[in-house]
Design a protein around this ligand. Structure first.
Ligand code: GLU
Length: 300
């Protein structure tokens, strides 16, 4: 990766379906923050879980971004091509004695209140591929991780108490999001992460891994998540409608309102490029509502 700049942002969709309004908002916020800071904006496909990725979904996301005028820099990085890098990072942690195998089931963890109590730390389960089907967890330290979120303000999490040792390699052999995201944010020299509030409580785990692996910690900004009238995050599981290719300007305008902006009336119906230019000039991350989520039916 040769790109280097004072500001490098990214949009990192999981190609589990077409772009919906919630992911459009995340893409737009990241794009505007990068462009307003004269930065680069990269796209990374988080395609680590083939069973959840309908064929063609990644290409569809990319063509929608282009159709909406959200042009990225450089070439798209595909996590499915990066398995060696994740393995290497896992090995680094393993060499430090920080990794162990765990075969606890989700329901066992639910029974103890949902936070893993590190019970397999001392069990010395085999981690051989031929051994029992086991996840690999990283040991957390008994420390509080603190960071400043550009939208949500000061944050802190006690990893031991609130999270416990967490999974880096899943039982099914797939690398976990937490590991892949940290390795790739470092590889792509990401300085600024703008994404949905649903990932706010992942940030401390990611900062912890960055420290263990000797990577810099980027700045974070977690924007509100779009939810339906039942309070559910718009997602494929909740049948969120894909953004419509017919009306990019209307949807960009709605996404700008969601982000606390108020496009001039004379921009009504303007093409995406004009809307994005206006929005880049008027973007202030501090104007984004400091909320976990916003109901879509509350946006005019
Ligand atoms: N791939 C994740 C998602 O689509 C986002 C990862 C990130 O932005 O850190 O929810």
């Amino acid at each position: 990766m040769t790109l280097k700049a004072d500001y490098i942002g990214r949009f990192a969709p999981s190609p589990s379906g077409p772009l919906h309004f919630g992911s459009l908002v995340a893409a737009l916020a990241g794009y505007l923050d990068a462009r307003a800071n004269n930065g680069l904006w990269l796209v990374r496909m988080e395609d680590l879980d083939p069973a959840r990725e309908p064929p063609g979904a990644a290409d569809e996301i990319l063509s929608t971004l282009e159709h909406f005028g959200l042009h990225w820099d450089g070439s798209v990085l595909y996590q499915s091509q990066r398995l060696d890098a994740y393995q290497e990072a896992l090995q680094t942690l393993q060499d430090k004695g920080l990794i162990y195998a765990c075969d606890c089931s989700r329901s066992q963890i639910q029974e103890i209140g949902g936070v893993y109590d590190n019970r397999c730390r001392t069990r010395a389960l085999s981690v051989a591929p031929s051994g029992p089907s086991a996840a690999l967890r990283v040991k957390v330290a008994d420390e509080i991780i603190r960071f400043e979120d550009a939208v949500q303000g000061p944050q802190q999490q006690d990893l031991m108490r609130d999270c416990g040792d967490f999974v880096l390699l899943r039982k099914d052999g797939l690398f976990a999001y937490q590991l892949a995201v940290v390795v790739d944010d470092a590889f792509q020299h990401i300085t600024d992460i703008v994404r949905g509030h649903d990932l706010l409580d992942s940030a401390p785990r990611q900062i912890y891994l960055q420290r263990l692996l000797g990577y810099p910690t980027p700045r974070y900004a977690h924007i509100p998540v779009a939810v339906n009238e039942l309070g559910q995050k718009l997602s494929k599981q909740h049948f969120a409608a894909p953004v419509s290719p017919e009306s990019p300007s209307t949807q960009i305008t709605a996404a700008l309102r969601f982000l606390g902006m108020n496009p001039d009336a004379d921009l009504a119906g303007a093409p995406p490029v004009a809307l994005l230019e206006w929005a880049t000039g008027h973007w202030h991350i501090q104007a984004v509502p400091k909320l976990a989520n916003i109901r879509l039916d509350h946006i005019s």
